[in-house]
Design a protein around this ligand. Structure first.
Ligand SMILES: [Zn+2]
Length: 482
């Protein structure tokens, strides 16, 4: 049987580090990258007698995310202690929001995948704290860095039974969710740096079967592509196990994705659910949200990605795919919208953005906000094309040069001598030379091989190093080839 004869079921847990200045329950800096244990205090080190004070901004961020994901807001919403013992949890417990009253619950996210709208239901959006980081020294002992201990972490969990049934949907969900978080300004969305981590739990069952298989949790998916490939790999792997033995029991386990080898491998088996002995956090009162406060949060919601995508299709008449590509990359979408407005040529700008601009950004590994080329530059360049100063081919060179140097299009054209040759005398001489150098082709052209005209156009373009005005070349060739 093909693996596609089995149903794939994917539940998704996403952890997002919140963009707050300080940690969740103390005033330590939440910024990344300080020397080990430089951003710590008695609270985030779990010293006896210290008391947590919740971060108001983090609660606002989670409430706004919950609203953007169409959730109900629980009020009161409470913190709980999740008890477990690892060195990276100095208190012996993590403060989390287990139970029926996370800040947000029963929501959904709509997004487009493969040209169709898809809805994935969200079970909960809640707040917790990050743990420290264990570092295993090759000399045979471990050290712990508590800088991340207590950094606010938002967890977003999809509903069961799962709505995600293909790798495309899994990737589409993570892309859409990331776009929401970045648009809200609550998370920087950097999957490769771990500030957005997604852990799908994946099971496979024969189509029509009533029981779900055991869930396999995947770790270390740090790109959209890895989400896709990891889900696809597990679909095939688990289907093959059932193919070999229809009564197989897939072990419930945690597996790690190896991006280079394109495989998952086992990290640990989960034979029994760990007993966390949750109980309400006695050091904090339940959070009660007033109508006024909720209204205030709702007012802070910006235009969300799906609404923006639909507006862009309407307003700029670009394709749904182009619009989806843009809203998936907020700095790029902002750049695009500014350029579209300045030039009044939204479709033309979309072509430049998804082609040359995106390629250059990806080669340079930067975001649109860090690019030296501005919407103003593109606007000026398109004017030069319209005025006939440069042709389209040269425009590509100009764009790349603007990208690399931040020079204006006029400066680039001048510095590199790229002005289009539209001088009839100059072109005329060039064409005479080309015709004289290719007498056989001319004879064949005169004998009726009309497509050879393109050969001459090409030769003239080559002789002019791409700078000849194409319309004029065509016109002059028509006269001279006779
Ligand atoms: Zn602290």
């Amino acid at each position: 049987m093909s693996y596609k004869d089995y149903e794939l079921n994917v539940g998704m847990e996403v952890h997002a580090e919140l963009l707050t200045e300080s940690k969740m329950f103390c005033g330590c800096s939440a910024h990344f990258g300080g020397p080990p244990n430089s951003d710590v205090c008695p609270v985030c080190l779990g010293l006896p007698g210290s008391l947590p004070v919740p971060n108001r901004r983090a609660i606002e961020f989670v409430a706004r995310t919950a609203m953007a994901l169409n959730c109900e807001i629980s009020s009161p919403s409470i913190f709980q202690r999740k008890n477990y013992f690892y060195p990276d949890i100095p208190k012996g417990y993590q403060i989390s929001q287990y139970g029926d009253d996370p800040i947000g619950k029963n929501g959904y996210l709509d997004f487009e995948v493969e040209g169709e709208m898809k809805r994935v239901r969200i079970r909960r959006v809640h707040l917790e704290e990050d743990t420290g980081k264990n570092m295993h020294n090759p000399a045979g002992y471990s050290e712990v860095d508590y800088n991340r201990s207590g950094v606010p972490l938002m967890e977003i969990v999809t509903e069961f039974p799962p709505d995600i049934h293909t790798p495309e949907e899994a990737r589409g969900y993570v892309m859409a969710l990331r776009a929401v978080l970045v648009t809200l300004g609550v998370c920087d969305g950097r999957m490769e740096e771990g500030s957005l981590r997604c852990e799908p739990n994946i099971s496979v069952r024969r189509k029509g079967s009533e029981r779900y298989g055991n869930k396999v949790e995947l770790k270390n998916l740090n790109s959209f592509r890895a989400v896709y490939r990891g889900c696809e790999y597990e679909w095939k792997r688990q289907a093959a196990l059932y193919d070999a033995n229809p009564d197989a029991v897939i072990p419930q386990e945690t597996r790690r994705w190896d991006d280079e080898r394109g495989e998952t491998y086992i990290m640990r088996t989960k034979e029994v659910e760990q007993e966390y002995r949750y109980f309400p956090e006695p050091d904090m009162v339940p959070m009660v949200f007033t109508g006024e406060w909720l209204e205030e949060q709702r007012k802070q919601l910006p235009e969300l990605p799906e609404a923006r995508r639909q507006r862009m299709i309407r307003e700029y008449e670009i394709t749904p795919d182009d619009a989806a590509l843009l809203v998936g990359d907020i700095p790029l979408a902002n750049w695009y919208e500014e350029a579209a407005k300045q030039t009044g040529q939204p479709v033309e700008v979309a072509n430049w953005v998804k082609g040359d601009f995106l390629r250059l950004l990806s080669d340079a590994r930067i975001e649109a906000t860090a690019a030296k080329v501005t919407p103003d530059h593109l606007s000026g360049m398109l004017k030069l094309v319209e005025a006939g100063t440069i042709n389209r081919k040269i425009a590509k060179t100009v764009f790349e040069e603007m990208f690399n140097t931040g020079q204006s299009p006029e400066e680039v054209v001048k510095a590199k001598g790229l002005t289009q040759i539209a001088d009839e005398n100059a072109l005329s001489t060039m064409i005479d030379e080309v015709i004289a150098a290719n007498p056989k082709e001319r004879e064949r052209f005169l004998a009726g091989e009309e497509k050879l005209k393109q050969f001459f156009v090409g030769q003239v373009m080559k002789a002019s190093r791409g700078k000849a005005n194409a319309a004029l070349v065509n016109q002059l060739l028509d006269e001279k080839l006779k």
